[in-house]
Design a protein around this ligand. Structure first.
Ligand SMILES: Nc1nc2c(ncn2[C@@H]2O[C@H](COP(=O)(O)OP(=O)(O)OP(=O)(O)O)[C@@H](O)[C@H]2O)c(=O)[nH]1
Ligand SMILES: [Zn+2]
Length: 308
């Protein structure tokens, strides 16, 4: 039988049978190595698998089909071990909040680069628009324009005032989606606003740090009644790239890659080479400094990982 992993707790899985849509508790039998990096979880929510039923309706997963894409995080610091957050994603949404909590652009840029690296279409959501003053809205619009110029799709939303939730539904309908953002960005509230019957737990923002508590504990796929699904993931704070060489990183920053074609040296890494178009772009504002900083950081990390 064929199915899709809809819940993962570590040792147990739930698998949804493709044709009958029946759900089974499942365990793994055999080895599931698709990529060369060591994984802490051999299977992730979104994986397509083959399984067989034995007594007591326990399903044994015997095979995994190749993944269309996946997002990963590092297990512990810079070790070579990685954890798959979710797989076979049609659209990955990043929830940005200007405040409550303040979202770091570095986190967003890292997320976008990982989506580029693993071929995942992305969407940037500017959330909690209802709490912003006119001046703050303008700041958001400027940030939004910057990402649109690079070619990213964006939407301004609010779960409270229901701003643009219909447009968001159009974007994610009939797709497998994932939502990320800092803790407290309003992920669970948004999923509940899109479909109240899901009733995901929401956390109150703690007064001291204006950051939410991590309330989700395991990855799980939920189905929208308007078509498609969402993979709810445990408090993911980092995204990583594995098996990526330092000189590949520029491919995952579209505007750096495009401008880099004008560099004097075809193998320019845009660090301190002469006649570098990217450095020039940084100086005249064509390249955003925050994006460039994340570019440098990801290159450093790729180098460190490859030295291990
Ligand atoms: N003003 C405003 N507040 C919101 C909005 N959406 C969510 N919030 C509030 O933000 C806080 C955090 O929301 P959650 O949905 O729990 O955030 P989360 O991203 O799921 O948090 P974690 O579970 O920690 O990952 C709650 O107090 C919500 O009421 C919104 O559109 N506008
Ligand atoms: Zn260059």
């Amino acid at each position: 039988m064929k199915g899709i992993i809809i819940k993962s707790t570590g040792s147990w899985y739930q698998v949804l049978e493709t044709e009958t849509k029946a759900v089974f508790e499942a365990r793994i039998r055999g080895k599931f190595k698709l990529i060369k990096t060591r994984l802490t979880n051999p299977l992730a929510v979104g994986d397509e698998v083959e399984f067989s039923l034995e007594q007591d309706d326990v399903a044994w997963i015997t095979k995994i089909f190749p993944r269309k894409n996946y997002l990963i995080r590092k297990s512990v610091n810079l070790s070579k071990e990685a954890h798959i957050i979710a797989s076979n994603i049609d659209i990955a949404c990043f929830i940005y909040t200007l405040k409550f909590p303040e979202t770091s652009l570095g986190f967003l840029d890292r997320f976008l680069a990982c989506c580029e690296a693993y071929n995942i279409p992305s969407l940037i959501l500017f959330n909690k628009m209802d709490v912003l003053s006119e001046d703050e809205k303008e700041i958001v619009q400027n940030i939004e324009a910057m990402y649109q110029n690079i070619g990213y799709d964006t939407l301004e939303i609010s779960s409270y005032s229901k701003l643009n939730l219909d447009l968001l539904k159009d974007r994610i309908k009939d797709k497998t989606s994932v939502f990320f953002g800092h803790s407290g960005c309003g992920k669970s509230t948004l999923v509940n606003a899109l479909q109240p019957s899901l009733d995901l737990r929401t956390g109150e923002i703690s007064d001291t740090h204006l950051k939410g508590k991590h309330t989700t504990t395991f990855a799980q796929m939920h189905f929208w009644d308007f078509g498609g699904s969402v993979i709810d993931t445990p408090g993911v704070r980092e995204f990583a790239m594995i098996d990526v060489e330092k000189d590949e990183i520029q491919h995952y920053f579209p505007e750096i890659f495009t401008l880099g074609r004008d560099c004097k040296y075809h193998n320019c890494m845009h660090i301190n080479e002469p006649k570098c178009a990217v450095i020039a772009g940084l100086e005249n504002g064509e390249i955003e400094e925050s994006r460039y900083m994340t570019y440098l950081k990801l290159m450093e990390e790729a180098e460190e990982i490859n030295q291990k």
